[in-house]
Design a protein around this ligand. Structure first.
Ligand code: HEC
Length: 141
């Protein structure tokens, strides 16, 4: 008997929804936050600093000073500028006023070596950027 693909997908969706639901929501958030923090320390702290305030070890070698990432909400009238930050980290749509930027294009970095089947690589990229954003949101002052 051939099982319907939709049937399987529906079950996966239900399980995922259940998993994200009440009982495990906090675990899930904690894990995303921890993953985002770890990624930040690996990929971002060299420029933005371990405390994200902009004074990483290579900061003085850059033409543009890395932004203080704890002030993103404050600089945006108290609300976290999700879309702008997402696009800035991704970087692939940022043509750059002067044709270059000091910030690496993370959307392209995170795509390297990811599985290409069925749009998987974009999901991986999105997951990695979202992890970082969850962490950044948690450190707003
Ligand atoms: C090589 C140094 C470098 C690294 C590594 C780096 N950044 Fe940046 N980042 C910068 C610089 C410099 C700026 C200032 C603006 C510019 O040049 O585009 C910036 C700007 C930003 C901004 C925009 C802030 C604003 O006020 O709009 C965000 C968000 C950001 N970085 C997040 C990250 C994240 C997340 C990572 C890690 C995945 C990261 N950066 C890694 C150098 C870096």
């Amino acid at each position: 008997m051939i099982k319907s693909r939709f049937g399987t997908l529906a079950i996966v969706a239900m399980l995922t929804a259940g998993y994200m639901g009440a009982a495990h929501a906090d675990d899930q958030t904690d894990r995303t936050l921890a993953a985002g923090k770890q990624r930040f320390m690996q990929n971002c702290a060299s420029c933005h600093g371990e405390n994200a305030k902009g004074a990483g070890i290579v900061a003085s070698h850059l033409e543009t000073a890395p932004a203080d990432l704890t002030q993103l909400s404050k600089n945006n009238n108290g609300s976290f500028p999700f879309k702008t930050i997402y696009d800035t980290i991704d970087g692939r749509t940022d043509i750059g006023a002067h044709g270059s930027r000091d910030m690496p294009v993370w959307g392209a970095e995170y795509k390297l070596g990811t599985p290409t089947a069925g749009g998987m690589s974009e999901s991986v990229v999105r997951g990695r950027i979202l992890e970082l954003i969850v962490y950044l949101q948690s450190i707003q002052e």
